[in-house]
Design a protein around this ligand. Structure first.
Ligand code: NAP
Length: 350
């Protein structure tokens, strides 16, 4: 029998959609994603990008404070035992998304720890059914779908970058910055947006010095973040340069980066023990090619302003997979709620 609604994705959008769908009696089934090697490499593991974030200071409802008792009393002990110790400084990314998951489960959301690899649609006598195929070769049927698969980090695409991934090259300062290999060493961050600023500031906790390399002569990041970077004595911005090669060896990993000027200045070699790539994100929507209309960057197109309808009636989209502008936990959660309400109303009309 077909599920009333299937939700794909386990970040703030997916869990918020699940909370609303479950409370509306739609008994949602949510695909959380798998721990596959491919997902580990792409950093598209279950629970989304909040898993790669330390303190979350801008999610309403979680001011700075000690949440240890609250976390212990609200999250099921089976999962609580695997969580990193609470830092008593407000909510962390992993804690926030774990709380969302628990809330959705409390209302009866069923969770499958697999990736959705394909969706097919069949229409018979005015009844539309979606067939969902997962990474465990199982097939599910749904009357409506909410896609909330988020986005993942982009890479420069250099062979040397690939060669030194996990040996000094990273796309997540929060995940890797505290590793011993980076302790009190010079590091480089590439990018000019808010993520690059955030990564550079975060890395100053561990590094002796951080070079911030950007391909243009002004940053794209917000004024407040740019000012924080400019005021930080440990950060050296290097503008109008691109990283052209990551240098290193098998025993030490990364030892330097070669940077090339876009303004005919001489090439430079920066001695660094790590390169953190922070050059934007790609939505996790490849499995929807041919199913939904997307823009040139693979963000799902929403067909009506302010709503979550996609080009396929009965499929709704929420969160970063359909948002190239805001990409915040709070906006993702909000659109997850909107998608559940849109789906519920659409299902009633069928
Ligand atoms: P972004 O704003 O798209 O910035 C990407 C940066 O990477 C740009 O500066 C871009 O250069 C550079 N870039 C792209 N491809 C490159 C390449 N191949 N080689 C070298 N540089 C390259 O992405 P983001 O920083 O991840 O931010 C995404 C969104 O999340 C933004 O809306 C941002 O405001 C938001 N965000 C907010 C916060 C916060 O509020 N705390 C934190 C993180 C992110 P160009 O500038 O030349 O295009």
């Amino acid at each position: 029998m077909a599920h009333r609604i299937i939700i794909i994705g386990s970040g703030p959008a997916g869990w918020s959609a699940a909370i609303y769908a479950a409370r509306a009696g739609m008994e949602p089934l949510l695909f959380e994603g798998s721990l596959s090697e491919k997902n580990q490499k792409n950093q598209t593991l279950p629970m989304g990008q909040l898993m790669l974030t330390t303190e979350v200071e801008n999610y309403p409802g979680f001011p700075h404070g000690d949440l240890s008792q609250y976390l212990k009393s609200s999250i099921h002990e089976e999962r609580f035992q695997y969580m990193a110790p609470h830092q008593k400084a407000g909510v962390s990314g992993p804690e926030l998304v774990e709380l969302m998951r628990q809330q959705a489960m409390n209302f009866g959301t069923k969770v499958i720890m697999e990736d959705v690899i394909k969706i097919e649609t069949s229409s018979f006598q005015n009844e539309r059914i979606f067939y969902i195929f997962d990474s465990n070769h199982q097939q599910y049927e749904a009357e409506a779908i909410i896609v909330a698969t988020g986005a993942r980090a982009n890479w420069l695409g250099l062979p040397s970058e690939e060669h030194f991934k996990n040996r000094g090259v990273s796309a997540c300062a929060v995940c890797d910055g505290a590793l011993p290999r980076f302790h009190q060493r010079p590091l480089a961050v590439v990018g000019g947006g808010d993520s690059a600023m955030e990564e550079a500031i975060y890395l100053t906790r561990f590094a002796s010095q951080v070079y911030l390399i950007h391909r243009r002569d002004n940053f794209r990041a917000s004024k407040i973040m740019t000012e924080k970077v400019q005021k930080n004595p440990k950060i050296t911005p290097i503008l109008s340069f691109v990283v052209s090669e990551v240098l290193g060896n098998d025993s030490d990993g990364v030892t330097a980066v070669r940077i090339t000027s876009v303004k005919n200045e001489p090439e430079r070699i920066l001695d660094v023990s790590g390169l953190f790539v922070a050059i934007g994100h790609t939505p996790n929507t490849a499995f929807l090619t041919g199913t939904l209309e997307m823009d040139d960057k693979m963000y799902i197109k929403l067909i009506q302003p302010g709503r979550t309808f996609t080009s396929q009636e009965g499929i709704f989209a929420a969160g970063d997979c359909a948002d190239s502008i805001y990409r915040q936990a709070i906006t993702s959660a909000a659109t997850g709620c909107m998608a559940a309400l849109d789906a519920e109303r659409w299902l009633i009309m069928q």
